[in-house]
Unconditional design. Structure first.
Length: 131
């Protein structure tokens, strides 16, 4: 699992709050885009949260919570990536629920839906925002 940290430099609470107020979307560097093979995922720990980051094809990247809500295990990054109709999904390796990679919606049981996060590639690096 990759440990991704926003800022390891100690700062006062006031300075951190001021920085957050002026930064509209804090991006966390996860890994090089080339480190994620097409149609697979990796897990990153971002601000204490387990996040699954997926590469679909050569150019599309998605991020959702990595913890399977039914099992409570951090395994979704190991799931099978595919499509159901127009939806790009990952199938949980445990209970086979399908999660929409754009929205985090669980197609079989809406109450098991996850959070989806913004992803971008800057300078060949995959970055995720939890905001």
């Amino acid at each position: 699992m990759t440990e991704a940290l926003l800022d390891s430099h100690p700062a006062s609470a006031a300075a951190a709050a001021a920085r957050a107020a002026t930064t509209p979307t804090p991006w966390t560097d996860v890994c090089a885009a080339a480190d994620i093979l097409p149609d697979t995922g990796v897990c990153a720990r971002i601000q204490g949260r387990h996040v699954a980051v997926f590469r679909v094809g050569a150019e599309q990247f998605f991020a959702i919570d990595n913890v399977d809500p039914k099992a409570g295990a951090s395994v979704l990054s190991r799931g099978l990536v595919g499509s159901l109709g127009e939806r790009i999904v990952v199938a949980s390796p445990l209970y086979k629920h399908h999660f929409d990679l754009r929205t985090g919606e669980c197609l079989e049981a809406a109450e098991l839906s996850l959070r989806a996060y913004a992803v971008r590639v800057e300078g060949g690096r995959v970055q995720v925002s939890l905001a």
